[in-house]
Design a protein around this ligand. Structure first.
Ligand code: GAL
Length: 373
């Protein structure tokens, strides 16, 4: 089964945009291995938009890789990625053209799926630009879903229609293994926060087999690259990662892995956070204490553990309160939570009935807890 837990990997778009080529992909593959990301679970290396020639081959009708960016073709790139123990991802679009105006797969779905299988692709991100108006999105995603089933290779199907057309109601039925449920992220705290807030009522739609994708992470970009914007600081990135993890979102790194600092690597390989993200039951987090400036999310994990995340979206320190009653632990039961903070390792002991934390601006605290008397 593909997508049993949220897919993890890297995608070129956030940092490189159209500036992709064979060397960038190979260097990124090397870095994923050398920096321990592959071993932490980041397995897909996905090439996003702008990889092909502007037009299909007039004779075969096939999409052709850009001859300057990828002089040895895509199979050579894919072979290199596979030789590093990673999986290889490609990109196309349900419309006639991709968002950056390269050939899309509309009416070429089966041919293109075969082409991606020939490249040795393991993943296909499938966008939504230039969709013919009179076609419904569900039919177009169904088509590529079928084409991927027919192509003779197991390919993870990553839909990307930005959360439009009530996609959460129909996307699982198309065969997709993950689907973008939001618009595009940019590298700012506001963008990350707005995406997270917009998904609070969508968390229940995400489950094994098909996960809600809230876009590639901007962690480590510091304002550079293709979706640079104002940039974030390390506190913002910490909160971004914790949110993506407790949301059970796919973890697709978008920063330039080749330049990741030890600090950033430590964050994105945090074992407790990855355990929360990759928990096999993939239960949706529920929200208690929902105030615009601060949130508390609770997620049941498979081994009777409970993840609790305190998030402060405000620009100043906030006292965030937790009433155990709100998460189903009655005062009369005598039970409380034995809490360990996953960034600092701090053990709080058993907290009963009520507790509060002073969380600095944009920061978060994330606990792995067990029920205890
Ligand atoms: C957008 C998509 C981005 C990126 C871009 C490429 O539609 O949401 O993630 O793939 O297209 O042009």
């Amino acid at each position: 089964m593909l997508s049993r837990t949220p897919p993890m990997g890297f995608n070129t778009w956030n940092t490189f945009g159209e500036n992709i080529n064979e060397d960038v992909i190979k260097e990124t593959a090397d870095a994923m291995v050398e920096k321990g990301l592959r071993d932490a679970g980041y397995e897909y290396l996905v090439i996003d938009d702008c990889w092909s020639e502007r037009e299909r081959d007039p004779e075969t009708g096939k999409i052709v890789p850009d001859k300057v960016k990828f002089p040895n073709g895509m199979k050579a790139v894919s072979d290199y990625v596979h030789s590093k123990g990673l999986k290889f991802g490609m990109y196309s679009c349900a419309g006639t053209r991709t968002c950056a105006d390269y050939p899309g797969s509309f009416d070429h779905e089966f041919l293109d799926a075969e082409t991606f299988a020939e490249y040795g692709a393991d993943f296909l991100k499938y966008d939504y630009c230039y969709k013919p108006q009179h076609y419904h999105g569900d039919l177009l995603y169904r088509r590529m879903g079928m084409a991927l089933k027919a192509c003779g290779r197991e390919i993870l199907f990553s839909a990307c229609n930005w959360g439009c057309d009530d996609v959460h109601n129909w996307i699982r039925s198309t065969g997709a293994h993950m689907y973008r449920s939001t618009g595009d992220i940019n590298d700012s705290f506001v963008s990350m926060r707005d995406i997270a807030v917009s998904q609070e009522d969508k968390l229940v739609y995400s489950a094994p087999g098909c996960f809600n994708d809230i876009d590639m992470l901007t962690i480590g970009m510091y304002g550079k690259g293709n979706v640079g914007s104002t940039g974030c600081d390390d506190t913002d990135y910490k909160t971004q990662f914790a949110l993506w993890c407790i949301y059970s979102a796919p973890l697709m790194l978008g920063g330039d892995i080749r330049t990741f600092s030890d600090n950033i690597l430590k964050l994105v390989t945090n074992k407790d956070l990855l355990r929360i993200n990759q928990d096999e039951e993939a239960r949706p987090a529920f929200e208690i204490r929902n105030q615009s400036h601060s949130k508390v999310f609770v997620k049941h994990l498979s081994n009777n553990e409970i993840a609790v995340l305190f998030v402060n979206y405000d620009d100043k320190t906030r006292k965030i309160e937790l009433y155990m009653e709100d998460m189903g632990i009655s005062a009369a039961s005598g039970y409380g939570l034995k809490m360990r903070e996953v960034f600092s390792g701090e053990e709080l002991g058993v907290k009963k009935e009520y507790m509060s934390r002073n969380v600095p601006a944009h920061d978060c605290e994330c606990f792995i807890c067990t029920l205890s008397k």
